[in-house]
Ligand binder design. Structure first.
Ligand code: DX5
Ligand code: ZN
Length: 223
């Protein structure tokens, strides 16, 4: 399945309810929520309080991307706030497999994220264990950065490995994604596209989402 996840970080924060509805009406599947702590990444965004307050306004799946140093410490508050999927960074913790299992034990789907400098192979042990793998296509911390096409090699490596093992892996990509480069993402094997600026800063997010869906249909994984 193919999913589109608008990243709320690029929304007009003075009208979050309206902005979320705009994405829902345009055909989004997930709402990607970037939590930044000013420690793991050099920026601060929002936390569980904001997520709880928007939860009542939408049915979208809340895809919570934790860019924080101690994800396990805060995970209960994000679950309580209404997270549907939680992802945390491989680089943020000492024992990522233990953290993944501890979060999954709370009966919430959990994924693991790698930043641009982290090689794909570190995630091989997580194929078949994690509910999702997120490959960053920008350095985490800020919206509106330029897409790094070289990161797609890692998506290809992970998709190939998952296929070889017969695992139907969800691979998400995040950072600088737009209607033009979506095709490269889907060809590399990604099936979930996060897009912040390209969707929220557009007056026609529905058209962009349609182009992304066409990319997924006409340009699937090429091996
Ligand atoms: C970056 C975040 C991304 C970002 C995407 O640290 O994880 O989700 O908000 O925004 P764009 O699409 O503008 O790069
Ligand atoms: Zn993100």
């Amino acid at each position: 399945m193919f999913y589109i996840a608008p990243s709320l970080l690029a929304a007009d924060f003075s009208d979050l309810k309206g902005e979320i509805k705009r994405m829902e009406d345009a055909g989004a599947n997930y709402l990607h929520l970037d939590v930044m702590d000013g420690h793991f990444v050099p920026n601060i965004s929002f936390g569980a309080g904001l997520i709880a307050s928007i939860r009542k306004h939408t049915q979208l799946i809340f895809d919570v991307h934790l860019m924080i140093s101690d994800p396990l410490k805060y995970v209960d508050s994000f679950i309580k706030a209404g997270a549907d999927i939680i992802t945390f960074h491989y680089e943020a913790v000492e024992r990522p497999m233990d953290v993944l299992k501890a979060i999954k034990a709370k009966h919430i789907p959990c994924g693991i994220v790698i930043s641009p400098k982290t090689p794909a192979e570190v995630l091989f042990p997580f194929i078949g264990v994690a509910d999702m793998i997120l490959v960053m296509t920008v350095e985490p911390g800020f919206g509106g950065q330029s897409f790094m096409p070289e990161c797609l090699d890692k998506v290809r490596i992970l998709r190939r490995e998952a296929l070889a093992r017969g695992v139907n892996l969800n691979i998400e990509v995040d950072g600088g994604i737009n209607a033009e480069n979506a095709v490269h993402c889907t060809e590399a094997g990604a099936n979930i596209l996060v897009a912040g600026s390209s969707l929220f800063k557009s007056k026609k997010p529905k058209t962009i989402m349609a182009q992304m869906r066409t990319a997924a249909k006409e340009h699937p994984f090429v091996g």
